[in-house]
Write a protein that binds this ligand. Structure first.
Ligand SMILES: Nc1ncnc2c1ncn2[C@@H]1O[C@H](COP(=O)(O)OP(=O)(O)OP(=O)(O)O)[C@@H](O)[C@H]1O
Length: 313
């Protein structure tokens, strides 16, 4: 039998009578990078907190590498490294001190060589002697990633690790997570940056109002929508659109001055452009777009018209 890195079975959690996680079951294979996505308030952090053993589920079971996270709490805590969403730091310590003592909390001896790797890869070197309350938000998050990894967990859980982190650091952080994964660590992550989930995760689960509404290979999720389309940026309003342009599915957006035409499955963009030639549209620029995770996500969670969108904060 395959031993999963994480097995979540029929989790339920309510706050003051309101369910926030409903009958959630999923399995994460060893070695996967798995994304847990959903709009604000969908129940992602609650799920992660239950898996990490800091929140108690009303019902259901969590197994980490086959071990129950309640009856075998000490073992599962050691197997898991969690970076929580809220910034939790020890104001009394410097980064250096905190990292030195932290693995001891898990019954794991300090490994100076590993500590140096984390310090270097997360760019913490120049800040080792600073006390926590003097660190910027991005630096605190990088420290939290180092802290989550200091005891060499086999399952790494990252709850929005890149919130408030600049683009360059986000890139290097994900690169490091990939490397850790290649060395055998299973990764469960949440992010509001859907392009990050699309690039990082082999499989993605989407939660909405505490319920699992999709769990698929990322590629299968993206293939759900055959969303290729040609977007023409025009010099002026092309309306009224002729009957045959409307039959092609052309849609005018006055705000962005773009005319969008869907590409039928199997149709080459050049074929469509040839068909458009005779309309002599005042084209300034053109783009070929495909549906991304963002579209799939919006479609599944039904939030296309919600201004919050639950996307990048
Ligand atoms: N300790 C708590 N007490 C009461 N309600 C809570 C508590 N923790 C979370 N909730 C509520 O549970 C729901 C799910 O919250 P949760 O933080 O799990 O969502 P999320 O998907 O992580 O959202 P976000 O993307 O905004 O972080 C929300 O409505 C939230 O207000």
């Amino acid at each position: 039998m395959t031993e999963f890195a994480l097995t979540v079975s029929h989790l339920h959690k309510s706050y003051a009578g309101t369910p926030v996680v409903r009958d959630l079951s999923l399995e994460i294979a060893q070695g996967e990078i798995f994304g847990l996505l959903g709009p604000n308030g969908a129940g992602k952090s609650t799920t992660i907190n239950i898996v990490a053993g800091v929140t108690r589920a009303d019902e259901g079971q969590v197994r980490i590498f086959g071990h129950d996270n309640r009856s075998e709490y000490r073992l599962t805590r050691r197997l898991t490294g969690v970076m929580h969403q809220e910034i939790v730091i020890d104001n009394f310590f410097t980064i250096d001190e905190a990292l030195k003592i932290h693995s001891g909390y898990y019954g794991v001896a300090d490994d100076p060589a590993w500590r140096r790797v984390l310090i270097e890869r997360l760019g913490l070197g120049p800040h080792l002697k600073k006390s926590m309350n003097k660190l910027s938000g991005g630096l605190k998050r990088r420290f939290m990633v180092a802290k989550a990894l200091i005891h060499k967990p086999r399952l790494l859980i990252l709850d929005e690790p890149t919130a408030g982190v600049d683009v360059e650091l986000r890139r290097s952080l994900w690169e490091f997570v990939r490397e850790i994964n290649r060395q055998g660590t299973t990764v469960l992550l949440t992010t509001h940056y859907l392009e990050e989930a699309e690039a990082m995760c082999e499989r993605i689960a989407i939660l909405n109002h505490g319920r699992l509404i999709a769990l698929e290979q990322t590629s299968a999720l993206l293939a759900r929508l055959d969303g290729r389309r040609v977007v023409l940026h025009l010099e002026r309003d092309p309306r009224p659109l002729g009957e045959d342009l409307r039959a092609l599915g052309a849609q005018w957006d006055a705000g962005s001055a773009t005319l969008t035409l869907p590409l039928a499955p199997g149709m080459a963009a050049t074929d469509l452009l040839l068909r458009l030639q005779r309309y002599r549209l005042p084209v300034r620029d053109l783009e070929l777009k495909r549906a991304g995770l963002e579209e799939v996500f919006l479609e599944l969670t039904g939030m296309a018209n919600d201004s919050h969108g639950g996307l990048a904060p």
